[in-house]
Design a protein around this ligand. Sequence first.
Ligand SMILES: Nc1nc2c(ncn2[C@@H]2O[C@H](COP(=O)(O)OP(=O)(O)OP(=O)(O)O)[C@@H](O)[C@H]2O)c(=O)[nH]1
Ligand SMILES: [Mg+2]
Length: 450
Amino acid sequence: MYDINETIAAIATPAGEGAIGVIRLSGSKAIEIADKIFAGKKLASQPSHTIHFGKIVDGDEVVDEVVASLYKGPKSYTGEDVVEISCHGSQYVLERVLNLCLSNGAHTAKAGEFTQRAFLNNKMDLTQAEAVADLIASHSGAAHKAAIHNLRGGFSNDLFDLREQLIQFSALLELELDFSEEDVEFADRTRFYELIALLTDTTKKLVSSFSLGNVIKKGVSVAIIGKPNAGKSTLLNALLNEERAIVSDIAGTTRDSIEEVLNIKGILFRLIDTAGIREHTSDIVETMGVQRSRDIMQKADIVVYLFDAKEETPELLEEQRKIFEQEGLKYILVANKTDIADNDFGNDVLYISAKQKQHIDLLCDMLYSKVIDGNVNTEGTIVTNARHHASLQEVLKSLEDIKGGLDNNISGDLISLDVRRCLHYLGEITGQVTTEDKLDYIFSKFCIGK
Ligand SMILES: Nc1nc2c(ncn2[C@@H]2O[C@H](COP(=O)(O)OP(=O)(O)OP(=O)(O)O)[C@@H](O)[C@H]2O)c(=O)[nH]1
Ligand SMILES: [Mg+2]
């Protein structure tokens, strides 16, 4: 349970040694508590947004020389009084300072509690607060871009105007109900139709951006699949530009799968080199490896089917292609060893030499466009959060019901119910409609000190 009267404290920097480590205090007693352990200027008498050099003391003992940053509410991250104490980055020092804050009246902050307070004090809406967690977790340019866009209110702005207009209509519809005897229409049905169409369009775009948003957040898994000796491990090494996997001319070299991350134009791809698949082998370990390769193939976002251009026949390739099609997999067919074989397998096959590192860049381009080709505009808002996605789908359902109601000339009171449902789910995304339990759950996924 969130208690606004408590002052909270936490170590805001990650565990381990560093040049600097930060302790954060927020709440009505933050400055008072800091003054009890900070020997230097009296912070309570200093203006907001100033920094001060001093010592943290435990009785007579000096624990560390520090810099205290002072933010007086409401102009702070949480909207409350905040003091950030920058110590030397020793875990021991940080824990000592934190314990001093706690013994002087602060409470340990829960995960995400600083941001939760920022939300509750109207410093940001829920999508912005969630973007903070996404920003911290971003490991690639694309994930970073989506998080920054939402942190700056991108998502909320897309929905805000439309929600406002819908509220106006809802009010007019409800006014009609008060005058139901007189059979008047305050809410202009043509404009209402237009608004619903616009909202439906925006919502659909956001919903469909989620498949991209999801891969941006989690990375795209790419299984490199093929027969033994096709050159899969050589290809993994060429893509990574390092000798990561063992390569040899013995069929069945790779026994277990190897996973490595590759960043292509800001999107993270998780490349998985697998054991070569062959039907007949008496080696029990290899058989297990083959089964694992098949499982990885089924779960992968994209399958790269790599074959030896010298060994494969167009008929065998066609069979393989049919299997991928039947199983509904996204795949790329790649002919390898084109430095020693020039067999033709048609135009939709990519020709490379993993060993000579030829056309590896073309494979990277193809991987990238397999992800982006959903016509999603990567400049706009991309939904990366499963919670937003679920609410948006509910918004879409209620919009369909509103449109159905208008089409069938259904009475205003019934339409009004669907409009309320729609407003409810829209509000749930930005946090205008929420419950305490839900908030606790959302913020519990943050890190401590944020
Ligand atoms: N000439 C030529 N040889 C290649 C090329 N790519 C791989 N090879 C050779 O093919 C052999 C097998 O390569 P690997 O990368 O180990 O093949 P793999 O598909 O990982 O094999 P398994 O792990 O056994 O399934 C090695 O001798 C490589 O040097 C290529 O583009 N051209
Ligand atoms: Mg291998």
